[in-house]
Design a binder for this molecule. Structure first.
Ligand code: BDP
Length: 718
């Protein structure tokens, strides 16, 4: 981050237009606002009344951010003052730190610990802007709220907003190994340098914490869910404590992924049985040691009995027994256990997507109150598109949180432009229909549907040591959008896109419009060229990058694309109706009917739920085969359209980022064509049908695509 010079109030070299940027500043660039907006904001923010920061690193962080932002955008440092003595004062404080706020008698209780109020009040006859909260963390969020309003052109003399997070735990999950390698990471190595910690803490950690706080993320799981027990050793915990000290002022708590077999691997026990007294004792002692080092430690994230990870079932115990044992150890300290629902057994089921629901719903009501079940958005595994996970709404007596994947493991890595918030919104607004109309996934996640005592949204991070953090400019938008949606799952993805573009790329209105439009269409485009009409898991084994619809030889049958497409010379699609695997019956009666009926199932989930003959006639008037090929082709055309649109804005985005996006779009076009041609070739080899006349033939024969390898694809565990 460029050093901000408060005395001279400047970032001179970056306030110029069209100076190339490396993306490090993310959406916190604070470039000069354009007149006359700048002058109007200046009049409202001439002086600043801010509480003394002694003893509160959070207040100091809030003040620094405010000055950094105001100086960057308005070009002047506001006068620091102790009282409102004229027009255009910004007052920041809690009722404890600022008598003025208690004197105004504003109702603040409902803001809780993290919410804030920004509004205008009359103080001694002077127009004054106020940022008020109950706690310092709320003020920090309020400062970021005000800066966002300035950056997006919304701030004015009537500006008024009250914002309280709807979700309690808003977490990033880093799939970072302790040696710095990142599972499914496409932005370089881990930003956490465990080798150098605790003595050296990279200043980048502060910018990382600022970025998270700016979008309301309040917790971070620092190590991979495929965990190493070493993360729980004393030697490692002091490193985690050093990070926690840096993050604390920004309202960011640390969590650790805990390996269930740790009592054996590092505790010298002979068992990890959750009912064994010595094991329970071991976890309690571990928790005690952790909280002595990290008093605000968040808790454990556990991946148990999934993809070869150890868990309670190794001892014929249940998920509840495992989770509750960890919960009991953390409970005296206020910690939580986040237990993943991504469980699937070693015996391949008739339909893998049914497993978690079958296994976990019988335990509803039995998990401790400090356990949160972390449920992936869909029942399979972060596919380009999936229906909602049937667990949402099915466990009314359990804290259920959502897990999204921000890193684009299944969506083209960092080189494909795919804005994920439109898809996340599609998931969040879906009505589970189990508890009357409006029992949406969002209301499960924010805890309002069942008055859950703990609510949670987690995102698998896409952050690495790459200079621009995420590997690409547009992947930054997914980090940003995750934070915004975790704070408020009802936010509109279009509004989030506009915010991000204005803060990150340009405030020029036509360009904001055009870039947001590219973003909002991008997910559907990627789904079309990779997995249209509800297909899933068609990517190659391991790397999950290129197409592999023909693959049928993976270690497990349910890792094979052929298991999911069920394609042969007669038809395609996975029959999950009552006559098939019955997975559809795991949804509410109404959703189940909608998905089962060929007249009502959404076309984008058709082949998820149905196996149909190639000649099946669709409402579009085309056969299934024709529609499939046309969708694949539309996906490629969509990328071409993105390229055309992006090319028109070269004069409003700085040269470096413009160039990188342009180059990545070319990679995306190449990959999209590959996806389309490989999949069309393979399916055509089965059905031997001709292509719709308006669509081009694949460039190569099927054998060419089958021979392609991706040996150096990043993020792939070996
Ligand atoms: C899969 C990833 C794998 C993760 C797993 C998980 O391919 O690397 O370990 O999800 O969520 O999608 O645990």
């Amino acid at each position: 981050m460029l050093e901000f010079d408060a005395d001279n109030c400047s970032f001179p070299e970056t306030n110029q237009k069209n100076v190339s940027e490396d993306g490090y500043e993310l959406w916190m660039r604070y470039r000069a606002l354009e007149p006359p907006y700048c002058a109007a904001c200046n009049r409202l923010l001439r002086s600043l009344v801010f509480p003394g920061c002694s003893g509160s690193k959070t207040l100091a962080a809030a003040r620094d951010e405010l000055l950094r932002g105001i100086c960057g955008m308005l070009g002047v440092t506001p006068l620091l003052s102790t009282a409102v003595t004229g027009e255009g004062t910004l007052c920041v404080g809690t009722s404890n730190t600022m008598p003025l706020i208690s004197a105004l008698g504003l109702p603040l209780d409902h803001l809780g610990k993290e919410g804030y109020f920004i509004g205008t009040v009359d103080v001694n006859g002077f127009h004054t802007t106020l940022i008020a909260a109950n706690e310092d963390t709320g003020l920090l969020y309020g400062v970021f709220g005000l800066l966002r309003a300035l950056q997006t052109g919304l701030f004015n003399s009537d500006f008024c907003v009250e914002s309280v997070p709807k979700v309690m735990f808003r977490l990033l999950n880093h799939w970072d190994n302790l040696d710095g390698w990142v599972e499914r990471g496409y932005a370089g190595r881990s930003i956490f340098n465990w080798w150098e910690l605790p003595e050296y803490v990279d200043p980048r950690m502060i910018d990382y914490a600022r970025a998270n706080a700016s979008v309301g993320i309040n917790g971070v799981v620092v190590n991979n869910v495929n965990a190493s027990s070493e993360a729980l050793t004393d030697g490692f915990l002091v490193k985690v404590a050093a990070l926690a000290d840096q993050f604390r002022p920004f309202g960011l708590r640390v969590y650790l992924s805990a390996k269930f077999s740790a009592p054996i691997e590092i505790g010298e026990l002979t068992t990890a049985d959750p009912l064994a007294v010595e094991v329970r004792d071991w976890w309690k002692k571990l928790a005690n040691r952790i909280y002595l080092l990290i008093p605000d430690f968040g808790g454990f994230l556990v991946k148990a009995n999934s993809e070869g990870q150890p868990g309670p079932k190794d001892y014929n115990r249940t998920h509840v027994e495992g989770a509750n044992m960890c919960a009991d150890a953390l409970e005296p300290w206020g910690g939580v256990v986040i237990w993943r629902s991504f469980v699937y057994s070693n015996d391949v089921a008739r339909d893998r997507v049914t497993q978690a629901y079958t296994e976990l719903t019988p335990f509803d009501g039995q998990f401790r109150s400090n356990v949160v079940l972390q449920v992936k958005n869909g029942p399979l595994d972060f596919q380009p598109r999936e229906p909602i996970n049937p667990l949402f709404g099915a466990m009314p007596n359990t804290n259920v949180g959502i897990e999204f994947q921000i890193t684009k493991e299944y969506l083209g890595f960092q080189t494909h432009l795919v804005y994920l918030a439109s898809f996340w919104h599609e998931v969040l607004k879906t009505d589970t229909d189990r508890w009357g109309r409006g029992s949406t996934v969002a209301r499960v996640v924010d805890g309002s549907l069942f008055r859950s005592c703990r609510s949670m949204a987690a995102g698998v991070a896409n952050i690495g040591s790459s200079r621009n953090w995420c590997g690409s400019t547009f992947d930054q938008a997914n980090w940003f959008a995750f934070g915004r949606l975790a704070w408020n799952p009802d936010l509109d993805p279009e509004a989030i896109a506009r915010e991000w573009v204005s803060m990150t790329l340009t405030r020029q209105p036509e360009a904001v419009e055009l870039i947001s439009d590219i973003m909002l269409r991008s997910h559907e485009i990627a789904v079309n060229y990779m997995a249209p009409l509800g297909l899933a898991h068609q990517m190659g084994t391991g790397h999950h990058h290129g197409p592999g619809p023909w693959i049928d030889n993976s270690g497990r049958t349910d890792w094979n694309p052929t298991y999911y497409n069920c394609a042969d010379h007669i038809g395609i699609g996975f029959d999950r109706t009552a006559q098939g695997s019955g997975a559809v019956l795991q949804y509410s009666q109404k959703l189940s009917q909608t998905y089962s009926d060929l007249n009502t199932v959404p076309s984008n989930l058709l082949l998820w739920f149905h196996h149909l003959p190639w000649g099946f006639m669709l409402a579009s008037g085309r056969t299934l085969w024709q529609e499939l090929v046309i969708r694949y082709t539309d996906g490629v055309d969509g990328v071409e359209r993105m390229i055309g649109k992006w090319a028109t804005i070269s004069d409003v985005v700085d040269a470096s980022r413009f160039y990188q996006v342009s180059a990545y779009l070319q990679i995306q076009l190449k990959d999209a064509s590959l996806w389309r041609d490989a999949c069309v070739s393979y399916f055509q080899s089965l059905n031997e049908l001709t292509l719709p006349s308006e669509t081009p033939p694949p460039q190569h024969g099927l054998e060419y695509y089958k021979r392609l390898k991706y040996p150096h694809a990043p993020g792939n565990p070996h």
